[in-house]
Design a protein around this ligand. Structure first.
Ligand code: DGL
Length: 269
């Protein structure tokens, strides 16, 4: 069975890349809703409708398990989908929790009461829609006490990355880090809370300074998903991957090839 991986655009490839490196025999179907990206400036109802349609497309492609490799969809739509839409024989997972578990020194599924953790000041960089949901702070509060979170809505960064304009993306990262530092001058840790941002890790680290621990989702989500799939060996396949887009396949293939530095071929969803 193939695992579905969904993002509004190319950011989820950072998750797919890390997962397939750990699980080379797994089959994947990746869906980029490029026609509707970015999601981060949309209203929650709109994000919900688009995410449901994309997840249904992945169910139709034979995926029983879909990973929302998009923080905006995970924050704005996942809980509502799980409560009222996901059929009993399917699973939809998000990307928030593995990262928060790593930051709060927890093993997968450790639901013990919140406790003090080493990190006390955290900078969260995410899309405007993700920041508005406060989903990160809510999930963190279930697991840790005494952590001060300052969130920075990073308008424009996803658009610049999707357009392949990395000079603009880097300039925007610097200005968002400056804005964050005006509110929290010395964060101990920074969360890249959008799956597009690992493509800009160096720019974030450089602007934040070497003493700030930058948590990026790709490896953490990949580790947690690999654990899950190892516990469900029936989902194994033969290492095939298909890449679908609701946008222009040629353009999306070019950008994906540029980001992953290997030939990527998208077809129409
Ligand atoms: N990669 C998505 C995320 O993790 C980007 C959202 C967008 O399209 O703005 O939030």
């Amino acid at each position: 069975m193939a695992v579905g991986i969904f993002d509004s655009g190319l950011g989820g490839l950072t998750i797919w890349d890390a997962v397939q490196a750990r699980l080379p025999d797994q089959d994947f179907v990746y869906l980029a809703d490029s026609a509707h990206a970015p999601y981060g400036v949309r209203e929650p109802d709109d994000i919900y409708d688009l995410t449901v349609a994309a997840t249904q497309r992945l169910f139709d492609a034979g995926c029983d398990l879909v990973v929302l490799a998009c923080n905006t969809a995970s924050a704005a739509a996942l809980r509502r989908m799980q409560e009222s839409w996901v059929p009993a024989d399917k699973r939809v997972l998000g990307v928030f929790v593995p990262l928060i578990e790593a930051m709060t020194e927890r093993q997968w599924g450790d639901n013990s009461p919140p406790r003090e953790v080493a990190v006390k000041t955290v900078a969260l960089f995410a899309t405007p829609a993700t920041v508005a949901t406060r989903a990160f702070q809510r999930e963190l509060a279930f697991r840790a006490i005494g952590v001060d979170v300052e969130a920075q809505a990073c308008g424009g960064v996803v658009d610049a990355i999707e357009d392949g304009d990395m000079i603009l993306a880097e300039a925007l990262v610097r200005s968002h880090v400056d804005a964050l530092k005006r509110k929290m001058p010395h964060p101990q840790a920074a969360i890249l809370g959008c799956t597009h941002y690992p493509l800009m890790t160096d720019a974030f680290q450089d602007a934040l300074g070497a003493d700030v621990a930058v948590y990026s989702q790709a490896d953490l989500v990949a580790e947690s998903l690999s654990d899950y799939l190892r516990r469900h060996p029936d989902k194994k396949g033969s290492g095939q991957a298909a890449f679908l887009t609701t946008g222009d396949p040629k353009r999306v293939s070019q950008r994906a090839t540029q980001f992953l530095r290997r030939q990527m071929k998208f077809t129409a969803a």
